[in-house]
Ligand binder design. Structure first.
Ligand SMILES: C[S@@+](CC[C@H](N)C(=O)[O-])C[C@H]1O[C@@H](n2cnc3c(N)ncnc32)[C@H](O)[C@@H]1O
Length: 426
């Protein structure tokens, strides 16, 4: 009988990180939605958070980690090999997360028990002795780099590399924009525009002053623009067709709109209701499919914050860069066109329609808006004026908003977004 040697402390956290990476890279699941299953064996919130942080950092730096691994192995390891996953986890800790090298490797070796332990140990040791470094800023996955270079040019890709290197700042939207200076001061943040406060990146949102009483909610400055472009409501009606978890519903309710908030997902709508309760704001919430939904009456405004590839939020969710493929982008763009055509049915004559996506894929933005305008002569593009946007974000030549990495870069950047506004002729 052999004595069982217990795994080093911290191994379970790395095992959870490996499960997370497997969920994203092999099964194409979003990182956040894989967390509960992957970290089910971890009792402490800190351990769960660290497993998530390791996986997210691997996803930020995957191209560079794999280049190091490939440069140190005689024969390339298969992309889904456990040994490659273990090496990615060990290397990212030693080279980017300041974990001492011995702890980084000893906690991953049990993950390849019964497999190529020696190989993993040997490759890691050789790289550390050779003073291996990760490139700064990180390289993007090759397919993303190519796609974005073709769409937006080299400068955009360079800015995206800088943007992914560090967690982004935390933007808040305020329930009462007249209190912007007060909250910026109380929270130690800066503001780009009334109703907005930016804080340095931090995690414990729920502990910040004002959260419990619902004075604000987390919302990137880019994501706050679609609702801002509808102006104040003065009790007019707005249909928020893809509403959950509700950042834009909350803004619209706070701006005096009577909001009908629809979403396909009951779970996500439950979060929207929690957010309404916390902030004391009100909206009528409905579970439903925007493609088949029949409104009681047309609304003064319709907001379609459409489901999208979400590649614009790659700073916070680096998994999107590895999960989203060309075919998925084409499929989702076709759905967006159908949803926008349907949304138009519920706009009153003289009313406003806003289309928005947090995507950096042009197929989900400009051509969707162009095709809509071409096929809906009653809808006239309603150009956004520079004064409607925070300094540092400008409308494009057609008066639409296209936010790319690089905008507001000196103040911490902004999520990638596309927004187009139309007015229905009276
Ligand atoms: C980009 S998110 C919306 C974010 C939200 N507007 C906010 O500000 O918090 C897209 C939403 O569309 C919902 N959705 C997807 N397909 C839908 C459909 N056919 N009808 C209605 N909602 C849909 C998703 O459940 C998701 O909550």
């Amino acid at each position: 009988m052999t004595d069982h040697i217990p795994d080093p402390a911290g191994t379970a956290t790395r095992r959870a990180a490996m499960k997370l990476l497997d969920a994203v890279l092999r099964r194409g699941l979003p990182l956040d939605s894989a967390l509960d299953a992957a970290a089910s064996g971890l009792d402490r919130a800190d351990d769960r958070a660290f497993a998530h942080a390791i996986a997210a950092e691997v996803l930020r730096r995957l191209a560079d980690l794999d280049a190091l691994i490939d440069g140190a192995t005689a024969k390339p390891l298969p992309h889904d090999a456990k040994a490659r996953f273990a090496l990615r986890i060990a290397l990212v800790q030693a080279l980017a997360l300041e974990t001492p090298a011995h702890a980084a490797i000893s906690t991953v070796l049990p993950l390849v028990d019964g497999g190529p332990r020696k190989l993993v140990h040997g490759v890691f040791g050789a790289l550390m002795r050779g003073d291996a470094k990760l490139s700064d800023p990180p390289r993007l996955p090759a397919a993303v780099s190519k796609r974005w270079r073709q769409a937006w040019g080299r400068q955009m890709v360079d800015a995206a590399r800088v943007a992914i290197a560090a967690p982004p700042p935390l933007d808040l939207s305020l329930a009462d924009p007249s209190q912007t200076a007060l909250w910026a001061d109380r929270l130690g943040g800066i503001s780009f525009t009334p109703g907005h406060v930016r804080l340095p990146a931090r995690s414990r949102v729920a502990d910040l002053p004002g959260f419990a009483e619902g004075a604000w909610w987390v919302q990137d400055i880019s994501a706050s623009l679609p609702a801002r472009l509808l102006g104040t409501g003065s009790k007019r009606t707005v249909l928020d067709l893809c509403a959950a978890p509700g950042g834009k519903t909350l803004q619209l309710a706070a701006a005096g709109w009577q909001v009908i908030a629809l979403d396909l997902s009951e779970n996500r709508l439950a979060r929207l209701n929690e957010n309404l309760n916390r902030t004391g704001l009100s909206a009528r919430t409905l579970v439903g499919d925007a493609l088949t939904f029949a409104a009681d009456a047309p609304a003064d405004a319709v907001l379609l914050d459409a489901p999208c590839s979400a590649t614009g939020i790659f700073r916070r969710h680096p998994d999107v860069l590895h999960r989203v493929r060309d075919k998925a982008i084409a499929d989702i763009a076709a759905r967006q066109r159908a949803m926008l055509a349907r949304a138009a049915d519920w706009v009153k004559p003289g009313g406003t329609l806003v289309y928005a996506v947090c995507s950096l894929e042009p197929q989900e933005g400009e051509p969707v808006a162009d095709a809509f305008a071409a096929s809906h002569s009653a809808f006239i593009p309603d150009p956004v004026a520079p004064e409607e946007l925070p300094a540092g974000i400008l409308p494009d030549k057609a008066g639409r908003v296209r936010i790319l990495p690089g905008m507001l870069a000196d103040q911490g950047g902004a999520d990638g977004f596309f927004i187009a506004r139309f007015r229905r002729s009276a």
